[in-house]
Structure formats: structure tokens, C-alpha cells
Design a binder for this molecule. Structure first.
Ligand SMILES: Cc1cc2nc3c(=O)[nH]c(=O)nc-3n(C[C@H](O)[C@H](O)[C@H](O)COP(=O)(O)OP(=O)(O)OC[C@H]3O[C@@H](n4cnc5c(N)ncnc54)[C@H](O)[C@@H]3O)c2cc1C
Length: 479
């Protein structure tokens, strides 16, 4: 009889939830699979964009986790992991309600804790202690919606409003989410018949429009090559959206956003409504050795992201030339029974070329680990842990230089009059060895604008929610 193994997953986002389904399905009956997470609901974060313009209610973007875990024989603890002791194979978590610490032993650990939204990295940024909005959490999205609706009321009375959407830090990522929000705002204001009362501006740290932190995309269209910069420029021109890239937001005060440009010029932009994505750090948990000494730097980079089987510390051009520097199994080299998936793992470097202003302010979009990528990695790490539990080496691997990325920026959620800008990139991290012209397969990569994209986005909301609830046929739906 095989010995019962304990597997712990920290976090229930795209990475953690996907892993929980595969691990519960394969091991739940014979072993102990536990999810420790701060939330009692799964939150379908991409649809928070629609909550933020009052086109979708919050109950449609979340569902309770407990019934799913029960079905998959997965234990669940509602709490926050604070400290991990890899030498002794245990961790401590604070009960979310009582705040009492509890100890959990593990044989295998998956860190899938996503980002810590570092609003504090930009003075005045964020909805809680600052002046700008966010759509990164349910609480933020509803707050953003309420503030947005106040602007709508003002415009209905004839007042002009200035909207500024983009990134709130020189190293921010997730430009795709901000792009989707700006296009949804445009469409929603049109629908309400008040678009003429609004001026809308894109403000971002990207080196060029359409970069999205993935170094832009080039696709073959007939005999021509079209870039995402041209594509997004056309979208913004059509929608009368102004833009400014190569800009690091430094602070917000009153109704002004203070920034520095790549050339080193300082400036400010006034706003009535702003939504700026903050810098992402990791959800800093401390790692300790058997004597209690802090060994976090052995397991995580300075931002707190978990070091895995990547080649770290190489210059940008060397990383660009070596796709195999990107991680494949997402296993910690220091402790091979620890894995990381989704935003929690440390990428070996940026995808877009990092730059800095003459004053040294970094202008370097961090690589996005989207929901799709997080789900794919969650599945493959689950399969590796299943290998390990069965006494084998981890046999599943997929680098971000092999994965697809689909950025579907909807404009409204309607399947009748909606539209979407769709950008498919394969692979998400360019592989210049395999695709010397643009780093990507230009015939698979694609960009299109149209109603079918809106259908795709709506379908993703429905099918992914179905899958992540572990409903009939869940494992047949790709991440
Ligand atoms: C507005 C918006 C729109 C987006 N749109 C898209 C899109 O259209 N397509 C796409 O592919 N991606 C999209 N993304 C990106 C996508 O949401 C993220 O890439 C994805 O959520 C990352 O998944 P994750 O599992 O790594 O982290 P998360 O989803 O953030 O999950 C992290 C989990 O860890 C838990 N946790 C954190 N710390 C602890 C702790 N110490 N102890 C216990 N639990 C902890 C959290 O509660 C949470 O359950 C969007 C993001 C935003 C903000």
C-alpha cells in the first residue's frame, strides 16, 4: 500500500484552482490535497472589466469554492500563509476569521499566490489610500464602477470629464487589462450617448503602443506584415483615444498624475477619472531554515517571486537569444518538492526590452503571466506533482516560449453589438531561434477586430467558469 502524501496548494486563482482540480481528481481519494487561500470564492478576474463599467454584476464573476473542493476530495482552509519551513516540510497560515496561526505539513507544495498589488510603490495611487481606481479585485472593480457612474452622471448634466487609463508604475504589467477597460469605457459612453462629453487618454510604460509587455506582435496578413503598434494605433484613432507611452507615473496628487518620460522630462496630466494598474510584487511569504533563519533569498527573487528552473540574471539580449532560459517544470532548484505557478513564479527577465530614464527611473514592463498562461502552468505543475507522488521525476514541461497567448480586449459584453480587438501571439515569449523574423509564428499569430471576438470573450467567461467549477467535461476544456 502506498504511503499517503500531503499536497498543499496556496491560492485559488487561475493557477491554484486549475491545479486543485487536476490534483483532486488524480489524488484526492488516496492522498491529502489541501488548498489554503484567502478567499472563499473563485474570482473570474478578466470579467471585472465589465463590472467596472456596470455591465456585469459581481455575482456573475465569482462562485463559491467549497462545493467544488468537496466534489474533488480537496481539503480547504480559509487563511493566509505567512511562513514556510522547507527543511521540515511545513508552513503556517493565519485563519482568515480568527487570525489564529495553524500549522500544516506537506510533502509537496505549490505556491500560486498571484500578485500583491503594490499601490504603495507610487504615492497617491490606488482606490484605498490613493486617488486612482483599479479593477484588479472585486472590491476595487465595484469602487471603480461607482466612481465611473458619478462621472457618467456629471456628463449627463453636460459637464466634460477627462479619463486617464493605463499603468501607474514604470515596471507595471497587465497592460491588456487596462486596454480592455479603456475600450469598454469608450464603447459604454457611446452607448449612453455621452461620448462627446469625454476625453480619453492612454498613459503607459510601454516602449510603443501595442507592446503589452510582450514586445508587441507582428503578423502576416497576405503579403504584408502588420504590427500590433499599427493595429492599436488604428483602434485609438478610430475611437478618438489619445495616447502617451514611454511614461512612468511617479505620483498622484489632487487631480493630477505626475510622471517622467523615457527622455527624462517631467510632466503632469490632470484627470477626473483614472484607472492605473500598479506595480505587481509577490505576496511576500517568509521562508525559514530548520533553525528559523530567514532563507527567503534562497527561494525567491527580491520582489518575492519564487525562483524556479529558469536561468536567471542574464542580460536581456542573451535571454532573448536563449528560449531555454525560460522555466519548463516550475520546480524550485533549492527544494524540488516546491513548485510555483501563475504570477507567483519568477520569470528570468522581461519580454520587452527594459529601459530607464536618464534619472534612472526604470521603464520596463514586467512580463505578463495571463490567466491563460497561469492555468496552463497550474495544470502542468499538478501533473508533475502527480508524477512525484507516484514516485517519478517531474515529466511535464512547457516554457512560455512554447505557449499561446490570446489577448481579447472586448468592447462591451453584448453578443449582438459587441466588438473585440483580438491578438493571438504564439509563442507568448518570442523564440528567435525557431522564428528568426519576428520571434513568433507569424502565420499562427493574428490580430483582428470584430464581433466574433466579442463572442469569443463571452464564451471564455462561460466555458472557463464551467471548467473551474469542475463541472461535466471540465478536463476537456483547454486552459
Ligand atoms: C482586470 C483584469 C483583466 C484581466 N483580463 C485577462 C484576460 O482577459 N485574459 C487573461 O488571460 N488574463 C487576464 N488577466 C490576468 C489574469 O487575471 C491573471 O493573470 C491571473 O489572475 C493570474 O492568476 P494567478 O493564479 O497567478 O493569481 P491570482 O488569480 O491573483 O490568484 C492568487 C490567489 O492566491 C491567493 N493568495 C495570495 N496570497 C496568499 C497567501 N499568502 N495565502 C493564501 N492565499 C493567498 C489569492 O487570494 C488568490 O486566490 C486580467 C487581469 C486583470 C486585473
Amino acid at each position: 500500500m502506498s504511503q499517503t502524501k500531503k499536497v498543499i496548494i496556496i491560492g485559488s486563482g487561475f493557477a491554484g484552482q486549475t491545479a486543485a482540480l487536476y490534483l483532486g481528481d488524480a489524488l484526492g481519494k488516496d492522498h491529502e490535497v489541501t488548498v489554503i487561500t484567502r478567499t472563499t470564492e473563485f474570482i473570474f478576474i478578466p470579467s471585472l472589466v465589465w463590472v467596472g463599467i456596470d455591465r456585469m454584476s459581481l455575482d456573475k464573476v465569482q462562485f463559491p469554492l467549497a462545493p467544488v473542493y468537496e466534489k474533488f476530495n480537496v481539503h480547504n482552509f480559509h487563511g493566509q500563509v505567512t511562513d514556510i519551513y522547507p527543511d521540515d516540510g511545513y508552513l503556517t497560515a493565519l485563519d482568515e476569521t480568527t487570525k489564529a496561526p495553524k500549522k500544516f505539513e506537506y510533502d509537496y507544495l505549490l505556491n500560486a499566490t498571484g500578485p500583491k498589488l503594490n499601490f504603495a510603490g507610487t504615492p497617491g495611487l490606488g482606490p484605498d489610500a490613493g486617488l486612482s481606481q483599479s479593477i484588479c479585485t472585486p472590491h476595487h472593480a465595484t469602487r471603480s464602477r461607482d466612481t465611473y457612474l458619478e462621472s457618467v452622471e456629471r456628463m449627463k448634466k453636460g459637464e466634460k470629464q477627462h479619463f486617464v487609463i493605463g499603468t501607474g508604475h514604470g515596471t507595471a504589467t497587465c497592460q491588456g487589462a487596462a486596454f480592455e477597460y479603456i475600450t469598454n469605457i469608450h464603447k459604454d459612453l457611446e452607448r449612453r450617448g455621452i461620448r462627446d462629453k469625454a476625453s480619453i487618454k492612454w498613459l503607459s510604460n510601454e516602449p510603443a503602443l501595442g507592446d503589452f509587455g510582450i514586445d508587441g506582435v507582428s503578423v502576416a496578413q497576405g503579403k504584408n506584415i502588420r504590427t500590433s503598434e499599427e493595429f492599436i494605433t488604428t483602434v485609438f484613432e478610430d475611437y478618438d483615444i489619445d495616447w502617451q507611452v514611454k511614461t512612468a507615473v511617479k505620483a498622484l496628487e489632487g487631480n493630477s498624475i505626475y510622471y517622467e518620460t523615457l527622455e527624462g522630462n517631467e510632466g503632469d496630466e490632470s484627470f477626473d477619472f483614472s484607472m492605473l494598474i500598479p506595480q505587481f510584487l509577490a505576496n511576500g511569504m517568509k521562508y525559514h531554515d530548520k533553525n528559523g533563519e530567514d532563507i527567503t533569498s534562497k527561494l525567491a527573487n527580491p520582489g518575492g517571486f519564487v525562483l524556479v528552473d529558469a536561468v536567471y540574471g542574464k542580460p536581456y539580449d542573451e535571454l532573448k537569444a536563449n528560449p531555454e532560459y525560460w522555466p519548463a517544470t516550475y520546480q524550485s532548484p533549492a527544494y524540488p518538492n516546491i513548485y510555483a505557478a501563475g504570477i507567483a513564479f519568477a520569470p528570468p527577465g522581461p519580454i520587452s526590452r527594459p529601459q530607464a530614464t536618464p534619472n534612472g527611473t526604470p521603464m520596463a514592463p514586467a512580463p505578463p503571466r495571463t490567466g491563460m498562461v497561469s492555468g496552463v502552468i497550474g495544470r502542468l505543475v499538478a501533473k508533475n506533482i502527480i508524477d512525484n507522488v507516484k514516485g517519478h521525476e517531474a515529466s511535464h514541461s512547457e516554457r512560455m516560449t512554447e505557449m499561446y497567448a490570446a489577448c481579447i480586449a472586448s468592447m462591451g459584453d453584448s453578443i449582438w453589438d459587441g466588438s473585440a480587438a483580438v491578438i493571438i501571439a504564439h509563442p507568448i515569449v518570442p523564440d528567435w531561434k525557431k522564428y528568426p523574423i519576428s520571434g513568433r509564428d507569424m502565420f499562427v499569430s493574428n490580430m483582428e477586430m470584430g464581433l466574433s471576438g466579442a463572442w469569443m470573450k463571452r464564451m471564455i467567461h462561460t466555458t472557463f467558469s464551467h471548467k473551474l467549477r469542475g463541472r461535466f467535461g471540465w478536463s476537456l476544456i483547454p486552459e
